[in-house]
Write a protein that binds this ligand. Sequence first.
Ligand SMILES: Nc1ncnc2c1ncn2[C@@H]1O[C@H](COP(=O)(O)OP(=O)(O)OP(=O)(O)O)[C@@H](O)[C@H]1O
Ligand SMILES: [Mg+2]
Length: 260
Amino acid sequence: MALRGGALLNVRDLSIRFGGIVALDRVSFSVPEGAIAGLIGPNGAGKTTLFNCLSRLYRPSEGTILFDGRPLLAAPRHRIAALGIGRTFQNLALFRSMSVLDNVRIGGHCRMRAGFLAHALALPRAEREEAALLEQVRLLIDLLDLGPVAERPVGALPFGTQKRVELARALVTRPRLLLLDEPAGGLNHEEVDQLRTRIRDIRDRLGVTVLLVEHHMNLVMTVSDQVVALDFGRIIADGTPAEVQGDAAVVRAYLGTPAA
Ligand SMILES: Nc1ncnc2c1ncn2[C@@H]1O[C@H](COP(=O)(O)OP(=O)(O)OP(=O)(O)O)[C@@H](O)[C@H]1O
Ligand SMILES: [Mg+2]
């Protein structure tokens, strides 16, 4: 794997509280550009909360997030996709009555530079943007094997296929960093194997850095270059899959004994 340069994502001393719960407690880690990084931890460890901070849905109480060296917390939430961060959700968030193609295409509109009026008047710049978007949508529909169902309403498709639609939609904005929250949840064995290949393809062919929250240990440990483990809002391990898998605090966290 060729890592291109320094950290794309740099999280420093990030904390967030909900009432009395410290959901993230001085979390620090970084992800190099071009890496696939896994984020693991027991239920309630703070994984989704961290994603919600990265996508600016939650405002951390303390800490900084640098994306490509720039402070992310200064950017408004609606700029996150345009800055280059895409995500999928732990629970699917798709328009069920709309087609696969339209669900994917809708993800791209936030990145368009020409305004609404330019599109309404079909001005040349808007037309060029629309054509480029359609090309990207087609590429992703191919990459994720969605061609045969492109015109079908999403709600009528099997769960595993819907998860691929969500993945395509997250990629249509051409993110540099893709946040995947439990992409293997609800998938069968064969679908998890395909997902592993797809995550690699996304990194290798589209050049996207991936941060992956997952309970499926086999997937995380085989697909990731780096694994970060959270427990009760704290980082308890950060290293190669082999290092983290054998880490005493990680083993304790998964056996149900709180880490010291
Ligand atoms: N909006 C919120 N309001 C109050 N508490 C919250 C909120 N979001 C998260 N929490 C709390 O923060 C903690 C971390 O939750 P989070 O959803 O991040 O865990 P997780 O690691 O994603 O777990 P899972 O593996 O079950 O998805 C939990 O105690 C949760 O109840
Ligand atoms: Mg979660």
